[in-house]
Design a protein around this ligand. Sequence first.
Ligand SMILES: *[C@@H]1O[C@H](CO)[C@@H](O)[C@H](O)[C@H]1NC(C)=O
Ligand SMILES: *[C@@H]1O[C@H](CO)[C@@H](O)[C@H](O)[C@H]1NC(C)=O
Ligand SMILES: *[C@@H]1O[C@H](CO)[C@@H](O)[C@H](O)[C@H]1NC(C)=O
Ligand SMILES: *[C@@H]1O[C@H](CO)[C@@H](O)[C@H](O)[C@H]1NC(C)=O
Ligand SMILES: *[C@@H]1O[C@H](CO)[C@@H](O)[C@H](O)[C@H]1NC(C)=O
Ligand SMILES: *[C@@H]1O[C@H](CO)[C@@H](O)[C@H](O)[C@H]1NC(C)=O
Ligand SMILES: *[C@@H]1O[C@H](CO)[C@@H](O)[C@H](O)[C@H]1NC(C)=O
Ligand SMILES: *[C@@H]1O[C@H](CO)[C@@H](O)[C@H](O)[C@H]1NC(C)=O
Length: 438
Amino acid sequence: MPPLLPLLLLSLLASASASPKWDVYALVKMKAALLVPATSTALADWDPAATPPAHCSFSGVSCDAAARVVGINLTGMPLQGGVLPPEVALLDALENLTVAACSLAGSVPASLAALPALRHLNLSNNNFTGPFPTPAGGGPYFPVLEVVDAYNNNLSGPLPPFGAAHARLRYLHLGGNYFSGAIRESYADLAALEYLGLNGNSLSGRVPASLARLKRLREMYIGYFNLFDGGIPQELGELDSLVRLDMSSCNLTGPIPQELGRLARLDTLFLQMNRLSGEIPTELGDIKDLKSLDLSMNQFIGEIPAGLANLTSLRLLHLFRNHLHGNIPEFMADLPHLEVLQLWENNLTGHLPAGLGKNSPLKMLDVATNHLTGQIPPDLCAGRKLEILVLMENGLSSPVPESLAVCKTLKRIRLGKNMLSGSVPARLFELPDAGEQA
Ligand SMILES: *[C@@H]1O[C@H](CO)[C@@H](O)[C@H](O)[C@H]1NC(C)=O
Ligand SMILES: *[C@@H]1O[C@H](CO)[C@@H](O)[C@H](O)[C@H]1NC(C)=O
Ligand SMILES: *[C@@H]1O[C@H](CO)[C@@H](O)[C@H](O)[C@H]1NC(C)=O
Ligand SMILES: *[C@@H]1O[C@H](CO)[C@@H](O)[C@H](O)[C@H]1NC(C)=O
Ligand SMILES: *[C@@H]1O[C@H](CO)[C@@H](O)[C@H](O)[C@H]1NC(C)=O
Ligand SMILES: *[C@@H]1O[C@H](CO)[C@@H](O)[C@H](O)[C@H]1NC(C)=O
Ligand SMILES: *[C@@H]1O[C@H](CO)[C@@H](O)[C@H](O)[C@H]1NC(C)=O
Ligand SMILES: *[C@@H]1O[C@H](CO)[C@@H](O)[C@H](O)[C@H]1NC(C)=O
């Protein structure tokens, strides 16, 4: 069939007036485009001969009082593939379309964009290819959309042109696709946006400073595979509602703007695997509720800033693979919730804080490949959680504390390439990866 014909047909049908009868027609078209395994009874109750309102009890279908289809949920049905046919757009009362993890392929029908009532669209975990629908001829473009989840497909081309007209859009997840080009400036006009997932695409260009206008944004994920030019806009410090910020592994350069210290609600800050440089701003210590801070695998210089002493909610701190020097500050031993501390491959000197492990449920400590000296702190296992202890390639000296030998939780220990001569508690040799002890 020539490609124009279905579209033409659609506009004819649509103008022919929406009704429960047309809903049945669209559902029948949909069923015909889906692949049900021969052994399955999925969609068996979608009877092509059904007359309204019988279609309202098709599995996965819900209707309003007028027997119009308002919801379709095919998630969980054991489909084996198929496509979404353009006739789905005849369902002009449809509010929710959930076809997540249905093994669907082919393109996302352009006709979806015209659905006047579509609020929730979940296309995630399929094999949809080609571009996301774009506006056609000045017609409506997802006029009342609130939630779109297209995570983990094979969609490509530019990001969809959402903007000021999408005043209700609060959840936008386009991660795990092949979208390319820049993040659209118009996304800064999505006044209701709470979730922005653009991670794992092929995006480029600068991270727009204008995103700072998203005052309701709680979560932003834009890293992984994307390759941006330039750095982190200082304006992002104005994202007052932000709880999670993940800009890992996306070629960011330049310093961390000290303005990020204003993100008072932030709980997770992931900036690892970039080319960020300069000193770690001490202002990050102003983010009182920060629980996870990952700045590993960058080019940071200078010392671990004193301001981090104020991060009393911190559970995870990754600063490994940078060029940090100076001491590991004593306050590390006082952070009451610290579980994971990874500082390996830096140029840190001095002693490990003597109280490390005493005041927190320390689970993992890795400070390998630095220039640390002095002794191994005695209380690393005091929280009875220590599983992984990696101290190798430093200048630490004997003795190895007996407390480690009775640390029942310990699974992996590496002490090699230090100055630990003399007796090492015997049990430590029994652990996997005990490594060389001298
Ligand atoms: C659509 O989905 C939302 C969120 O899951 C739900 O609150 C709403 O009731 C659904 N509406 C219909 C018509 O199914
Ligand atoms: C869709 O159906 C699945 C399986 O019954 C259910 O787990 C899921 O919550 C439903 N989703 C929506 C949005 O109604
Ligand atoms: C979309 O569906 C998937 C699979 O059921 C689910 O995990 C995900 O949370 C849904 N997305 C939204 C925004 O509800
Ligand atoms: C996409 O298609 C490939 C190849 O047909 C298949 O292996 C994969 O499981 C599919 N992925 C999803 C999410 O359906
Ligand atoms: C989607 O992309 C994956 C990874 O590149 C590929 O293996 C798969 O075959 C693609 N699926 C389709 C339907 O193009
Ligand atoms: C990475 O960022 C640098 C500096 O902004 C830029 O010159 C370069 O083109 C980017 N690399 C890629 C692969 O985009
Ligand atoms: C911790 O926060 C307090 C109060 O905001 C501030 O006065 C102090 O200088 C901070 N400590 C460090 C080490 O920055
Ligand atoms: C440690 O410092 C030395 C001397 O300044 C320098 O050559 C080396 O590259 C640094 N190593 C790291 C991991 O920063």
